[in-house]
Design a protein around this ligand. Structure first.
Ligand SMILES: [Zn+2]
Length: 353
C-alpha cells in the first residue's frame, strides 16, 4: 500500500507535469501543503521566469488555513532552491512560512543548489525527509538531469516506419507513414524538446517543416546536421554550451544510425505503420509491377545490418535493382513499453537510468 508521503508526492508529480511546455529550461516541479491529511495548498511551476511551485502552493492557502501552516507538511518533488535566480530562494520562503516538516522528492543536480536548499531547511530546525518517490521524481525531469549531470542535451530518436521496416524510397521524397493521431504524438515530442535535428540529406530530400502544427507549444530550434562539418560529440557539446537541454532527432535513417552506433541516445520512439505501405510504395513504381503478386505472398528481405539504404536484390524480385529502399535502423533491444494508436504502434525504448 502507498504511504501517505508517497500519495502526496504523487500529487506533486501530477501537478508538476502541468509545466511540461512552459517550465523548461527550468525543471517541472509540483508542491502540496498538507495539514492533518487535508491538502490546504498546492501549486506548480508553470513558466520559466515566473513563480516556483512552492511560491504558488503557499499563495493558494486560504486566509482561514494560514494558521495551520506551523503544523503542516510541505511536499515538493524537487529540492527547494537556495539561490537567487529570476526569483528569490524558495528555501527562505519555506522557513519564513514556518512549516513543521518538508518532504523532498529528489535533490536538485543544478550546481547552485545540490543539497544546499535542504541544508538551509535543516539549519532552520525543519524536519526534512528526502527521497520519497525519488526515481519517479528524477524520471519526470530526466531532460533537466541529463543536461546538468552529463553536460549534453537529452537525446530522443524518433522515426516512423512501415511494420516491415521501410522508411522511404531514396530520392522519392517523404513516405507518409504517420496518421493524424500519431502525428499529434510526434508534434507533442517536438513541443517538449528545445531543438530538432535532421541530417542534411533528409533536409534536402524532404524539406520537412519540423513545426508543432498538431500540438500547442513552441516550435523547437531547427538543426540540420552535416557529419562532414562536425562530429556528433562536437555538436552535442556545442549545443550544451548554447543551453539546449533536449534534442529530438527525426532522421533520416543514416543520422539515426550514427547516434545509435555511438550509444548517444536516451529515448527512442519507433512508430510502426501498416506493412501495406511498403507494398504501395513498390506498386507505385512501374518497375516493380511484375513482382507485385510475389510481394503479397512473401515479404521482401531487407538488409540485416543497421544499414540505412539497401537495394532490393534483383533476383528476389525478378527486376533490375533500380530503386533503393531506405530501411529503418535495426534495434537489438526490447521496448520498455508500447502503445497502440489506431492501426499503428509506437514502441518506446529507454537508455536513461
Ligand atoms: Zn524555487
Amino acid at each position: 500500500m502507498m504511504s501517505a508521503d508517497e500519495l502526496y508526492m504523487h500529487r506533486c508529480l501530477q501537478l508538476a507535469l502541468n509545466g511540461e511546455i512552459g517550465a523548461p529550461p527550468n525543471p517541472m516541479v509540483g508542491a502540496v501543503i498538507v495539514c492533518d491529511d487535508r491538502i490546504i495548498g498546492e501549486g506548480f511551476h508553470a513558466r520559466c521566469g515566473e513563480a516556483h511551485a512552492e511560491v504558488n502552493a503557499f499563495a493558494s492557502v486560504s486566509k482561514a488555513d494560514e494558521r495551520l501552516l506551523s503544523q503542516s507538511t510541505l511536499y515538493v518533488s524537487l529540492e527547494p532552491c537556495a539561490h537567487y535566480g529570476k526569483t528569490p530562494p524558495c528555501a527562505d520562503l519555506v522557513i519564513r512560512k514556518g512549516v513543521r516538516r518538508v518532504v523532498v522528492g529528489c535533490i536538485d543536480p543544478f550546481a547552485k543548489v545540490q543539497g544546499r536548499g535542504i541544508q538551509m531547511l535543516r539549519d532552520a530546525g525543519i524536519d526534512v525527509t528526502v527521497g520519497v518517490l525519488e526515481q519517479e521524481c528524477r524520471w519526470l525531469n530526466r531532460k533537466f538531469f541529463t543536461f546538468h549531470t552529463h553536460h549534453r542535451p537529452y537525446i530522443t530518436l524518433k522515426w516512423a516506419q512501415t511494420a516491415d521496416g521501410v522508411m522511404g524510397e531514396l530520392g522519392g521524397g517523404p513516405l507518409l507513414i504517420s496518421n493524424p493521431a500519431t502525428l499529434r504524438h510526434s508534434h507533442h515530442l517536438r513541443a517538449t524538446n528545445n531543438a530538432i535535428l535532421v541530417g542534411w540529406r533528409t533536409n534536402v530530400n524532404d524539406s520537412p517543416s519540423l513545426t508543432t502544427r498538431h500540438y500547442s507549444g513552441p516550435n523547437p530550434r531547427r538543426i540540420v546536421y552535416d557529419s562532414h562539418a562536425e562530429t556528433i560529440p562536437q555538436l552535442l557539446s556545442r549545443l550544451y554550451s548554447e543551453g539546449v537541454q533536449s534534442l529530438l532527432v527525426e532522421g533520416g535513417a543514416a543520422t539515426h544510425s550514427q547516434f545509435l552506433d555511438l550509444g548517444l541516445w536516451d529515448e527512442i520512439h519507433q512508430e510502426l505503420g501498416m506493412p501495406r505501405h511498403r507494398e504501395k510504395l513498390l506498386l507505385s513504381n512501374a518497375l516493380f509491377e511484375r513482382a507485385a503478386h510475389r510481394l503479397s505472398a512473401k515479404p521482401v528481405p531487407i538488409s540485416k545490418s543497421c544499414e540505412s539504404e539497401a537495394a532490393i536484390k534483383s533476383e528476389e524480385l525478378g527486376v533490375k535493382p533500380q530503386t533503393k529502399i531506405i530501411c529503418a535502423p535495426k534495434l537489438d533491444l526490447l521496448p520498455s513499453w508500447q502503445e497502440t494508436i489506431g492501426t499503428h504502434r509506437i514502441l518506446h525504448y529507454y537508455n536513461y537510468k
